[in-house]
Ligand binder design. Structure first.
Ligand SMILES: Cc1cc2nc3c(=O)[nH]c(=O)nc-3n(C[C@H](O)[C@H](O)[C@H](O)COP(=O)(O)OP(=O)(O)OC[C@H]3O[C@@H](n4cnc5c(N)ncnc54)[C@H](O)[C@@H]3O)c2cc1C
Length: 479
């Protein structure tokens, strides 16, 4: 057989096949924890080319790792085993004409999220997925991780925003499920299977996405509250008052705020008081007939009268609104710039957020006294990024990581929550998953993986470390 790398180089040409130095920018994950040099980076321009690449790799027993914007936080988009290639969708970035009547658009998997937002603006439509990495994350990666973001409270995660998909399966065949309808119960919900599959079941090449009318008005407030219990109580009241207009309900703690203010130029905190917790609220509507400012102002009054809200401000301009959002979205960056950190992506039922934060604090302090805890995230849907910075001067921070991660995962599980809320498992959390997932659940996933990818060539080592671990399902090519 001819050398597969040479065959790929010939098939794809110099722009479509990168190796050596040219492949270097694709090598490491966002957090620089994972990734070895790939054999090369394939950059196809069509679904047919993706299918050719996958077929060739399947025949040669070569591993394929799909990569979008490489902003994933669990190390799923880089090569871990020698001889694997990265399949970058970056050159497949076409955006179709939006269909206002059905509220949908067909896009290539390589479209960057913010480019889609920009393309839809003139049509009075939005794709309601927003996250801090939207300037780099691509549709295929967002689907691969089943991303959540700050509007999931109202619009759901990626799986709720994908109407149809086109996928190149691990054997190179193409599944065309590009249907643009809300209702499609013709069998198993295949499109949902690929949402969150992290590139282990196939390569998403195109998607039909669900659109919403663009908001014609917004009301945004930044608040300071005494503690997370007050934030949950206010959030519950607000949900009842604002109903379907509640689009964003985010929180960050005062430690996280201090890191963002310390490390990020141009950032300031506009309120006079600083409590333990800060909350960002956004209401939106595509109608001009409702009075969002009134709804929000009366809810704030309710919170202040009860002593839940200590201080607050309504955004008076788009620039101020953007600044409020920046305070929330720079939380990860502020902590990254502080230095070493341990990240945990937890979700619990919303009513138990304060309980998780308090119990988590006791657990972490018990394992590593003085550890600096920075919980922030999506108050409206119970997703807490429970990230830690080391105690000042602590040498063995990383050494405590497994014990802390397991303690928090066990706590989340015990509280009917999840230890992997919106970032997926990638390579970072498979050990944790093996410990905290029931054998039946793990086995079910191994069966699915084996059914679609019996040779384990699609992103091996992600989601399930060793699918052949289940005796009934021997896998070729891995032990
Ligand atoms: C600053 C910052 C803020 C973030 N905020 C959020 C947030 O609020 N909510 C949230 O959910 N996430 C968040 N993330 C995580 C990240 O942005 C998301 O996971 C995003 O969905 C990844 O998209 P990507 O294109 O970068 O994917 P990549 O990192 O390239 O890939 C992610 C996974 O998807 C797979 N994949 C990529 N493309 C395809 C494809 N075409 N077909 C099949 N599989 C594919 C990869 O193999 C990998 O397993 C944040 C990240 C950063 C850096």
């Amino acid at each position: 057989m001819t050398d597969p790398a040479a065959a790929l180089a010939q098939m794809l040409g110099p722009k479509g096949w990168l190796s050596g130095e040219e492949a270097e920018p694709y090598r490491q994950d966002w957090l620089k924890r994972y990734g070895i040099a790939p054999l090369g980076v394939a950059r196809p321009i069509s679904t047919a080319q993706v299918a050719e690449i996958v077929t060739l790799c399947c025949d040669a027993g070569m591993n394929v790792v799909p990569q979008g914007g490489n902003t994933g936080l669990c190390g799923g988009a880089v090569v871990e085993r020698a001889g694997g290639i990265i399949l970058s969708l970056s050159r497949m970035a076409a955006i179709g004409e939006p269909d206002a009547a059905s509220g949908s658009v067909v896009v290539d998997a390589g479209v960057i999220l913010s480019a889609l937002h920009d393309a839809l603006a003139p049509h009075g439509l939005v794709f309601p997925m927003h996250l801090g990495a939207e300037g780099s994350a691509r549709i295929g990666g967002l689907i691969g991780t089943n991303a959540g973001g700050s509007h999931a409270l109202r619009h759901g995660m990626m799986q709720n925003l994908v109407l149809g998909l086109e996928v190149v399966l691990p054997d190179g065949s193409i599944w065309n499920g590009l249907r643009a309808v809300q209702k499609d119960n013709a069998g198993y919900q295949l499109r949902k299977l690929f949402c969150g599959a992290e590139g282990t079941l196939g390569v998403v090449t195109r998607a039909v996405l669900k659109l919403s009318p663009a908001p014609k008005q917004r009301a945004t407030a930044l608040l300071t509250l005494g503690d997370s219990a007050a934030a949950v109580a206010f959030g519950t009241y607000l949900r009842g008052e604002a109903g379907e207009f509640l689009t964003g309900l985010e929180f960050f703690c005062d430690f996280g705020l201090s890191l963002a203010l310390k490390h990020l130029p141009g950032l300031s905190f506009p309120l006079e008081s600083r409590g333990d917790v800060h909350v960002l609220v956004e209401l939106t509507s595509s109608s001009t007939r409702v009075q969002l400012d009134d709804i929000l102002a009366s809810a704030l009054e309710w919170g202040m009268e009860r002593g839940l809200i200590l201080d607050g401000a309504l955004a008076m301009s788009d620039a101020q609104r953007a600044h409020f959002w920046r305070l929330r979205e720079e939380q990860p960056e502020g902590q990254r710039l502080e230095g070493e950190q341990l990240k945990h992506d937890i979700s619990v039922p919303v009513g138990r957020i304060a309980e998780f934060i308090d119990k988590g604090q006791a657990l972490c302090q018990g394992i590593l006294p003085g550890v600096r805890i920075n919980p922030f995230g999506h108050l409206g849907d119970g997703n807490i990024h429970y990230n830690l910075s080391p105690p000042q001067g602590e040498a063995d921070f990383a050494g405590k990581a497994p014990e802390i991660a397991q303690a928090l995962a066990a706590l989340a599980t015990e509280m009917a929550g999840s230890f992997a809320a919106e970032h997926g498992l990638g390579r970072a959390k498979i050990v944790l998953a093996d410990r905290n997932r029931s054998p039946v659940e793990r086995d079910l996933m191994a069966r699915l993986k084996h059914a679609l990818d019996p040779l384990n060539t699609m992103n091996p080592g992600v989601i399930i470390a060793n699918p052949s671990g289940k005796k009934n399902f021997p896998m070729n090519g891995i032990s």
